[in-house]
Design a protein around this ligand. Structure first.
Ligand code: FAD
Ligand code: DLZ
Ligand code: SF4
Length: 509
């Protein structure tokens, strides 16, 4: 019988290790829409629609490329609802002689793949996913050689490995590895010339998927009205070109900025395509470098973007696999509060939160600083249970897969790993949000106040966080300043701030 090549929903690339391992005429590709994957968490409707439509389009691309493809739809009679169940049916149906599969993107699915060798009496080969620059072994070697796993040093190795933005002597372009200091400009005023991502109109395939998702997943978060994602590599490449031409030249400058009713700013909105396999991350970085070499894009923008991909993206994946399956249950600050209901509705008077959550519901997208410094920061300083926060991020973003979402949430945003990923918690009061956005001017709360019913909740929560975690954080040299400031406050002011925080927190329940 033929070789069976299961291709998972985030493996929508023609250049895939498992495909390279087999011959077209002798292999059948198996693609599976299964209830297990659509509901292991209650993904945003647009995320499910994006993945299923992209899978259906990719099956056509594979067939046109000469592959035999067996495609199981969610509503096919007999669908067992799981990868393992569908592989079992296919092995039987095709009398497959061996299985070749590219490794999965999370521990849960890795365990399924690893169970196949025992379950089916045919050879199973799990291929390393070489769409990533850094293999598991390479990351483990890197991590073993140092006391702390700092992204910055990992990133320099990836620059050297790829040669991206190096000069003839192998030195970093411009003399510095990192130009982040230039990338913290506050929000500009709203600008009619602000670039906007292309909004792709759903074709017949996507429309059918949208109908099915609306019906089957009605109780999942999110709306489908504004569904605009590319669902093919060809369209994803159009979005990529749009980004390179229009947004990249100012990407760095406004990377941390936030503006009311501007969900996208100068960000690429390419993560769903990169993570699903429709775009090649290294190819994208090479295009960015080309624009810099051609004088079309400043160095801080090109470097900043490339760092997000070959630095942060590769690094968080390394951490996820290096730390093991228990990483997601860490809770270094013992945070136990339930996730407030407004994370699901956006209905809160905190304008910054309403904006970040609102666009999450309509677009399945928020950019990095919204995820980190608005919804993430709030969860951190309010002491929300990291597991609940993790599930939320995994559900609501179109780009969310555990390998990338979990370290960003548990490590970067919540400090629940005790400082493995970041050297200090990204905790901030309203002043930071006011500096980087126009949100506070449109908010019912007063960002300058710490106490009183109209005081910005982030202020009291920030100091309450500092006070609450003194035992765990005060010795961190990078936290010396806030602790000094806290100590300097009058006792009665400290009490009033903590009282305001307590009242606000009890109003959440
Ligand atoms: P841009 O700002 O245009 O950045 C370019 C690319 O760099 C992104 O497409 C992405 O591939 C990569 N990138 C940037 N920052 C990171 C990062 N911290 N980690 C990994 N890759 C990065 N990203 C995901 O892809 N999936 C997630 O589930 C996810 N969850 C997150 C949860 C939290 C709490 C936080 C703080 C961040 C999370 N991120 C996640 C990282 C980042 O916010 C998104 O990658 C980014 O917002 C995607 O939008 P963009 O394509 O417009 O990014
Ligand atoms: C996220 C997702 C969803 C919603 N549905 C499917 C699906 O029906 N079939 C599939 O192959 N993949 C899906 N995915 C993506 C998988 O969950 C992803 O491949 C795993 O997380 C492994 O990394
Ligand atoms: Fe957010 Fe506070 Fe600013 Fe309101 S005042 S937008 S709650 S930071």
């Amino acid at each position: 019988g033929p070789f069976l090549v299961p291709v998972l929903g985030d493996q929508l690339s023609l250049d895939l290790a498992s495909l390279r391992a087999v011959e077209k005429g002798k292999a059948v590709i198996l693609m599976m829409e299964v209830a297990g994957e659509t509901t292991y968490v209650k993904h945003h409707k647009a995320k499910i629609a994006f993945i299923l439509s992209a899978m259906r389009h990719h099956a056509d691309v594979l067939r046109k490329d000469g592959w035999m493809v067996d495609y199981v739809r969610l509503d096919d009679p007999g669908n067992t609802g799981s990868f393992t169940g569908e592989v079992a049916r296919a092995v039987e149906r095709l009398q497959a002689s061996a299985i070749h599969v590219t490794e999965a993107g999370e521990w849960r699915v890795r365990a399924m793949l690893e169970s196949w060798a025992d379950r089916f009496s045919i050879p199973v080969t799990i291929h390393e996913d070489d769409r990533f620059l850094c293999s598991h072994a390479e990351f483990d070697t890197w991590a073993a050689a140092r006391k702390q796993m700092r992204m910055e040093f990992f990133y320099r190795d990836m620059r050297r490995k790829t040669g991206l933005l190096l000069d003839e002597d192998g030195q970093p372009e411009g003399g510095q590895w990192n130009y982040d200091a230039e990338n913290r400009k506050p929000a500009p005023s709203r600008d009619l010339l602000m670039p906007q991502p292309i909004r792709f109109r759903p074709d017949a395939v996507t429309k059918e998927v949208l109908g099915m998702v609306a019906e089957r997943f009605a109780d999942h978060i999110g709306s489908l009205d504004q569904f605009h994602f590319a669902v093919t590599r060809a369209d994803a490449l159009r979005q990529q070109k749009r980004f390179l031409d229009e947004a990249l030249p100012r990407f760095g400058d406004y990377q941390d900025a936030m503006l009311t009713d501007e969900p996208f700013l100068w960000h690429s909105i390419l993560s769903p395509y990169i993570n699903a396999g429709l775009l090649d991350p290294l190819g994208l970085c090479r295009e960015v470098e080309k624009r810099y070499r051609a004088g079309k894009v400043p160095l801080n923008c090109a470097e900043g973007f490339i760092r997000q991909i070959i630095g942060w993206r590769e690094y968080v994946r390394g951490v996820y696999w290096h730390e093991g399956p228990d990483y997601g249950s860490r809770n270094a600050l013992n945070a136990t509060r339930d996730l407030p209901g407004f994370y699901w509705t956006g209905e809160t008077d905190m304008h910054c939160m309403a904006q970040a959550i609102g666009q999450t519901i309509t677009q399945a997208y928020a950019h990095h600083i919204q995820r980190l410094m608005i919804t993430g920061n709030f969860a951190l300083i309010a002491g929300i249970d990291p597991h609940q926060v993790h599930v939320w991020y995994l559900e609501v973003y179109a780009d969310a897969y555990e390998w990338v979402e979990m370290p960003n949430t548990v490590g970067m945003a919540l400090f629940a790993d005790g400082g493995l990923l970041g050297s200090k918690p990204y905790a901030a009061g309203g002043a930071y949000i006011n500096r980087m956005s126009d949100y506070c001017g449109k908010c019912r709360y007063d960002v300058k106040k710490r106490v009183g019913e109209d005081a910005c909740p982030f202020n009291a929560l920030y100091w309450d966080f500092i006070a609450r975690n003194e035992r765990k954080l005060a010795r961190n040299p990078r936290m010396a300043m806030p602790y000094r400031n806290w100590e300097r406050m009058k006792e009665e002011d400290r009490a009033a701030i903590r009282e305001r925080a307590a009242r606000f927190l009890s109003s959440l329940a």
